[in-house]
Design a protein around this ligand. Sequence first.
Ligand code: HSE
Length: 429
Amino acid sequence: MNQTNIALLGFGVVGSGVYRILTENHDDLNHREVLDLHVTRILIRDAANVRDFALAPQELFTADYGEILNDDSISIVVECMGGVEPARSFILQALRAGKSVVSSNKEVISKHWHEFDAEAKARDAGLYYEATVGGGIPILRTIMDSMQANNITRVMGIINGTTNYILTKMSEEGLDFDEVLHEAQSLGYAETDSTADVEGYDATYKLSILASLAFHAHLPVSVIPREGITKLSRRDFAIARQLGYEIKLLAIGKKHGSQIEVHVHPTMLPKTHPLAAVRGVFNAIFLTGHAANDIMLYGRGAGSMPTASAVVSDIICAVHRAGRHRYITFANAEELSTAVQLLENYESRFCARLLVEDAPGVLASVAGVLAKHNVSLRSVLQPGESDTTDARLTLLTHNAAAQSVRAALAEIAGLSCVRAVESLLHVEE
Ligand code: HSE
C-alpha cells in the first residue's frame, strides 16, 4: 500500500483536529479505506495560532511554505488557516504544483472558487471543501453524490452556530442581543470580533457554496442580500413567541425555473418547523428535491473534531479519486452564472412591528399604504399598552414582493401618526 503524505497549513482548531484523527485513527482508516495516510509537514506562520504544539513531533513544523510546495512526496495540502490571504495564494500554488487541495476555509473558497476550480481542472488536481458548510454535517457530498436524481428547489439552513447560540439564549431566557453576545464571548462561544458571524457574512459565504451546488449555477457572495442579528430585541422574541414562532438566522435559496433567490436574514419560523427545534450551536440544513422531497441534515457546524471529520473525509476522497477527480460542471466564473436570473424582488411573508400614535384612523392609514403597494395583510396585533398615547402594531402579511413591502414600510415610516418602524422580519412557513 502506497503511503500518502499530507501537509497541513495551519495548526489551530481545525488543523489540530485533523492531525488527531489522522494519527489516532490511522490504523482504522488503513483497515477500512486501505489507505496509509501521514501528516509529514505542518505550516505555522504565527505560533500564537497554534493550538497544541505538543500534539505533533517538532520536526513536522515549518514556517517555510516552499518546503511543502517543493516536496514531491506531498500529494495533498490541507488549508485550514482561515481568511483570504495568504490562504488564496497558498491554495493556487499547491494546485499549480499538481497537489490536491482540501480546504475548510469558507471565505476563501466562496470568494475565489472560480480561480481554484480553473487551476484544479488544468492540473488534474483535486479540490475538496466539504468542511466549509455545516462543519461536521456532510451536506455538500450529500448534494453532489446522493441527491443527483433531484432538481433541488429549496435550501434553508441554520449554518452559523454562534448566531444560533445567541438567538436560542435570547428566545429561551428573554435576554437582549448585547447581553448574550458578551456572555458568549466570555465563554469562548463567540469570537472577540464577532462581526463575520453576527452580521451574517459567514452565512453568506456558506450559502454561496451551498446554493451554487444545490442549484448547479454559480451564485457569488456579492449577489446575496444579507442582514445580521444585531438589531433583534427581546420584543421581537416576545411577539414571535405569542404568534407561535421562533426566530432563526436563515440562509435561504429557492429556485423557480431559471430564476433563483438567495438571501440571509433573521426569519420567523413556526415552532413546528424542524429547523425551529435546532438549538444552541447546532446547525441544520433543510433541502427540498423534486424526487426525495424534504430532507434535513443536523449536526455540529463548528469545532475541532466535527470540522476535522469533514476534512478527513475529503482527504480520503482526494486519495481514492486521484487521477479521476470530479469537478463541478456549471460555468464557474467570478460573476453570477448567465444560465440563471437572480430574483431580487422575491416573494415572502413578512412581520412588521410599528410604534404608532394610539388614535382613530391610524390602522386605516397604515393599511391604505400597504394596499397601494399591493401588500395584503394576513393579521394585525395590537397588544394592550393603554397607559400611553402610543401603541405597537404588529402586521403579518400574506406573500408579497419584498421590494413592495420595503417601499410600503418606507412610506409608512413617513406618516405623521407613525413614530417608528421598529422591525421587519421575514416569515417562512
Ligand atoms: N463562526 C462559525 C460559526 C464557525 O459560528 O458557525 C464555523 O464556520
